[in-house]
Design a protein around this ligand. Structure first.
Ligand SMILES: Cc1ncc(C[n+]2csc(CCOP(=O)(O)OP(=O)(O)O)c2C)c(N)n1
Length: 350
């Protein structure tokens, strides 16, 4: 039964265009995202992984948006987007290899644990300066348009990133050239300790799209269906040459900004508890119960299955050694400079 205060947004379609299997799989991915996040935080607390930015609370915005795309579309995530990655098909092992920075990590242990790159799945690398992924996504969308490829790009950001110059440059360019791209702003109410009302004097984030001639929409970001519907519509528009959309997802992060800050210094426990009443997983689960896609027994099995999957992924990745020293200079030079060659020989390279 749906709890009274957890009403879904009014703009919800009566019938979801996604098949039952897809909705089931989307819920599984949201659950996997939440439980893997808990495991990552616990591994961090045990000193096994470095700094970590949690996605807890933002699963509907992340997974729902990917379910609005086609699998050929290109994704430009930001550091908190574990749900986006898992929805695109990245495995828990791949994420854990990244967090451990071990020899199986596709990025060879380089960069912060939450900066990702999965070329095969069309997930672009991101870097630490916030909003730096946005212009690249617009440029890539423009290139795809010029080559008449039917793909769109989707770039993710927090509301704090909308105060950066890059955000405005990216939206302006996308507006002028009608780039086939989507911007998804996960407005989780805080940029580290800065609340959204200190971030902007605009009535909301999506209204900023107007200035650049783009479509802008604010949706309930804790409602899988609302996000999926908005992104699917934005995708259709972009692929028909009708330009970009900024989709603002109103959501909340439950954990600290990263494993290195104390959220009690800038928000109250009561506020966090209020948002937990609107938990995206509970809401989606209740909808799936109503639609007879889930039952208590199935849900229990699903939960146990996801936990087993995570535990087995940790077992198979945590003892993989770090990348060998020679990898330090791989992929950097077409021809390795003499001095580095010498050093590389010193540590056993060729
Ligand atoms: C250009 C730039 N300025 C500042 C920072 C430091 N910084 C890292 S994360 C962050 C907060 C970003 O908040 P938001 O965009 O709302 O995303 P959230 O972390 O809340 O998901 C800041 C200021 C940075 N990485 N890059």
């Amino acid at each position: 039964m749906m709890e009274k205060n957890l009403t879904d947004s009014a703009r919800l379609p009566k019938k979801s265009p996604l098949a039952k299997e897809e909705l089931f799989s989307a819920y599984r991915t949201m659950l996997l995202t939440r439980l893997l996040d808990q495991k990552a935080l616990s591994l961090h607390n045990q000193g096994k992984i470095g700094s970590y930015t949690s996605s807890a609370g933002q699963e509907a915005a992340q997974v729902g948006s990917v379910y609005g795309l086609q699998s050929r579309d290109y994704i430009f995530p930001y550091y908190r987007d574990q749900g986006v990655l898992l929805a695109r098909g990245i495995t828990p092992e791949q994420l854990l290899n990244r967090y451990f920075g071990n020899a199986s990590d596709e990025m060879k242990g380089r960069d912060l644990p939450n900066l990702y790159s999965f070329r095969e799945q069309r997930i672009f690398s991101n870097s630490a300066p916030i909003a730096s992924n946005l212009q690249i996504s617009v440029g890539f969308a423009m290139a795809a348009k010029m080559q008449k490829e039917d793909v769109v790009t989707i770039a993710y950001l927090g509301e704090g990133a909308t105060s950066s110059g890059e955000f405005h440059v990216a939206l302006n360019f996308a507006g002028v050239f009608k780039a086939p791209c989507i911007f998804v702003c996960e407005n989780n109410q805080y940029a580290i300790s800065v609340p959204v009302k200190r971030q902007t004097a605009s009535e909301n984030i999506s209204v900023k799209a107007q200035a650049y001639g783009l479509a802008g929409e604010t949706v309930d970001g804790n409602d899988f269906f609302a996000v999926q519907t908005a992104v699917a519509a934005a995708r259709e528009k972009a692929s028909k040459g009708m330009g970009a959309t900024l989709v603002e997802c109103i959501t909340y992060r439950y954990s600290p900004h990263s494993s290195a800050d104390d959220w009690k210094k800038y928000r109250s426990s009561e506020e966090v508890e209020e948002w937990k009443k609107k938990d995206p997983l509970i809401r989606f689960k209740n909808r799936l119960f109503e639609m007879s896609i889930l039952s208590k027994e199935v849900e229990k099995k699903l939960f146990d299955g996801v936990q087993d999957q995570i535990n087995s992924a940790v077992r198979s990745t945590e003892n993989i050694p770090p990348p060998s020293e020679e990898t330090l200079i791989e992929d950097v030079y077409a021809e390795i400079p003499k001095n580095l060659k010498k050093e590389s020989l010193a540590f056993g390279g060729t």
